[in-house]
Design a protein around this ligand. Structure first.
Ligand SMILES: [Zn+2]
Length: 394
């Protein structure tokens, strides 16, 4: 659906312009547009006079023409969203992550019903459900293999379980790839050149895009940078090495250093992912309130992460680096200046071009919105599995 995608990206576009930009014959465009109008995915808007000749009718996407569901399974919180055809969030639910995959599937099914009812969106108007999970994933069988941070998850057929529980077609995607997809939908800056997305949560991962397309890798698991060593004297990682980027930015490391250095009460609970997440928030709040030790602990983590970002940015010659994920909003005040400075001072390619460092344009729900964007992406992209005949009719 190249035509639909061009209508989405333009602020009003005529049939003649679509013919010129796609290289399709005007008659073909007219036929496609008639079908899109019938399907109510597109609406006709104002008439514009361009040069000589009769005024042309502008075409716009109808955001309410169809919807997609997105779910992000994170060790701390499961986020579910309902987005419209333009990727805008219509409904959002977040639930403390239940223990075990069965309980998560059940919670997602409930959240989906609640959202559809709240938005009065009929099931027939929903194109499908995307689910973002920590990698690695097995795309062919729709399984989550062994996310190290989700207790009780080993080789889980998440795609099929969610399809059975919700009744929707389900697309499984790695969380950081989903996040990048969401950014590509929102961020026009990433449509040319090479961009990176760095995901910070309980782990660290990266996604790469070139000219607006995700670089997915051989098994759609690209971006596993967790064991990139960024400080040979850094914290011990579960892999046995010191100073891996994943261990350096892990909430357990930051919280542990804050305790050792006397900034955080050693009795602070940090056994479960949720407790660790709350303890990380406490360190960030202390830093924002002027606690120099807490600030220094965060700056140390930021310098290590920045080192890794610089290496990967050089590797792919990135022009834009976007940072996001569940921990990001809290870490951003400390991390952004450190990452910018590191890239400006130490990137090998700094003399060739600057690297723009941006926070996520989508925000905290970037994983869930990205999972939904994957569904929309399939609908907008000309593939056999895509929106060939339009969404199921209302
Ligand atoms: Zn490691």
């Amino acid at each position: 659906m190249v035509v639909l995608d061009q209508i989405r990206r333009a602020d009003g576009v005529s049939r003649v312009e679509l013919a010129a930009s796609t290289g399709l014959a005007l008659q073909t465009i007219s036929n496609i547009v008639s079908r899109l109008l019938d399907q109510r995915l597109v609406v006709e808007g104002e008439r514009r006079i361009e040069g000589r000749g009769k005024p042309r009718t502008m075409l716009h996407l109808d955001p309410q023409g169809a919807y997609a569901l997105g779910v992000h399974v994170d060790p701390v919180v499961v986020t579910a969203v309902l987005v419209d055809l333009d990727g805008g969030v219509v409904e959002r639910q977040s639930i403390e992550t239940p223990v075990g995959p069965d309980a998560v599937v059940e919670a997602v099914a409930d959240a989906v019903s609640v959202m559809l009812e709240a938005a009065t969106v009929e099931r027939d108007a929903v194109l499908g459900l995307g689910v973002a999970a920590p990698g690695p994933i097995d795309l062919a069988s729709g399984r989550v293999i062994h996310p190290p941070l989700l207790e009780g998850w080993l080789d889980v057929p998440l795609r099929d379980a969610l399809a059975a529980a919700t009744g929707f077609d389900v697309i499984l995607e790695k969380d950081v790839s989903a996040a990048m997809t969401a950014e590509l939908w929102r961020g026009n800056r990433m449509l040319t050149g090479t961009s990176l997305f760095f995901y910070t949560g309980f782990g660290v991962a990266a996604a790469i895009a070139h000219d607006g397309e995700l670089f997915a890798g051989t098994s759609r698991n690209a971006g596993e940078i967790g064991h990139l060593i960024v400080d040979s004297d850094g914290p011990l990682c579960w892999c046995g090495q010191r100073g891996c980027i994943g261990a350096s930015a892990a909430p357990a490391t930051i919280v542990g250093e804050a305790v050792v250095r006397g900034s955080l009460d050693p009795r602070t609970p940090q056994r479960t992912p949720r407790e660790l997440d709350a303890a990380l928030t406490a360190v960030c709040v202390s830093a924002a309130g002027g606690d120099e030790v807490a600030s220094d602990v965060l700056r140390t983590a930021a310098r290590r992460v920045a080192r890794g970002i610089t290496v990967v940015a050089d590797l792919v010659d990135a022009g834009v680096v976007v940072l996001g994920g569940p921990s990001w909003e809290r870490l951003a005040p400390t991390f952004v200046p450190v990452v910018r400075a590191e890239l400006a001072e130490h990137a090998t390619l700094r003399e060739m071009h600057a690297v723009e460092v941006l926070g996520s344009a989508v925000g905290e729900s970037v994983g869930a919105v990205g999972a939904a964007s994957r569904v929309l992406d399939d609908a907008f992209t000309p593939r056999p599995s895509g929106l060939v005949g339009g969404p199921r009719r209302r």
